[in-house]
Design a protein around this ligand. Sequence first.
Ligand SMILES: [Mg+2]
Length: 199
Amino acid sequence: MRAVFLDRDDTLIDTRGATAHTPHPGDLVDPSAVRLLPGVAQGLGRLQQAGYRLVVTTSQGGVARGVGTLADVERVNDRLRGLLAEAGVRLAGVYACPFHPRGVVPAFTAEHPWRKPGPGMILTAADELGIDLRVSAAVGDMARDAEAALAAGIPPDRVCLVESPKAQPANTGAPATRHPLGVCRVSDLSAFADLLLMS
Ligand SMILES: [Mg+2]
């Protein structure tokens, strides 16, 4: 079984824009603010059609930092599942890491193997869902997303970074270019699907 491992924040949904004017930019805890980024529903639909299981792995250090609770994270994840279901897309799993070494909530204030760039979430998901990482792929928006995927054993030519929606708002449609890590850079999830399904 093969899968695509998906970062959540600013890869599938916009958090930076949605939280820019809150005290905690980037930490989205309000499910009503969840919006799919351009190309996500279409790109994931095509990957699903091609036989990839879709697995979200998301660092949610805001839980350790006291911005929201695990229940808040779950509500946002549920909203994401709902929006994708409307497009006929089903997530095989959603894994969230609430730990952060500089937190304020004692139960979650620690380094943890699940925390990116560690590969723990991907390795656990692969084990639980029976996924072969050598034929899987991953996409995120931060270098640590790519580092986690590479450390888990996903081949470098199947690891991509999307342009951050905040950093590059006008870059949709740009051709894939190489990132310093050696992984591909794409404009959005639809361009990622193009690239993966061509290879
Ligand atoms: Mg992200």
